[in-house]
Design a protein. Sequence first.
Length: 309
Amino acid sequence: MIIWMTGAIPINEFNQKIVQMLNQSNTIVIRTDHKGVILDVTGRLADHIKPSDTIFNYVDSQSLNRMDQILNDQEGNTSDIYLKFNEEPLPYIVEYIIDNQNYWFILTPFPDSYLNSITNIYEATNQLNELYVEKAISEKQLNKALEQLKDKSITDPLTDLHNRQHFYDEIKKLYNAEQVPKRLSFAVIDFNDLKYVNDNFGHLAGDGLLKLFANLIADVQTDRTRVFRIGGDEFILMTTEYELDTLTEIVHNLDHQFREKSDICSLSFGFVTLESEDIRSLIHHKNVDHYISKADRAMYDYKRKIKST
């Protein structure tokens, strides 16, 4: 959480460039008082939100407690909440700034548009910093805040695993390396029946299963074996360390551990292995997507096989 202690700056004093940027993205900026009453809102989706209404009217029942904690300054870091504009609540990353009397909420859709929208957070936050810096924070504090934002841009806030953008960054390191690895293997991993859990037990229960899986798979990670959350309940395990047989055994073992602890959910998975020449070809993103799609198809074949038995 970044806190600036100074007077409130109305949202209509934003640099027009910021407003234009927000109106072209799904990022929403909301200013409220300490009780959650909405004072200003901007962004392309702002028409869905009424000033003078309360922000609690736009979060689903599972997120009410989180929002209450934020407004009572108990959260202490970036959180995720579900906003309801239509029937289906949508997950958002919420970064908040507090001044003397108001809360500024920067709400970014997650996960599909998160990677594009995080750039908007950087630019909007930098512009806000320029408004506050002379009165509020030192250069050292500003640099620290920017470093924290950079780290968050490559990290999934729910599971603390790296995200899709960092996956592509790691691929780039491999094909640009002076010595390309002899092999590279992917395992695409997807949950079975997570929607059933969300529909019947709530999003917090589903989030708990995602965190459980992240904790289990954290033990697998090494310098040469990395795990990324690339979608809602889809993960990629990437390794230059293990043969395919060993990787398959590791993933099956993860599934066994997950079944024991989750009761309802299990995992589906598919694999693909590349040789050195194939790794060089990953300089083209379409080739990365080709191999991931290949593992993805194998994963769905496995999922259909499970459901048919």
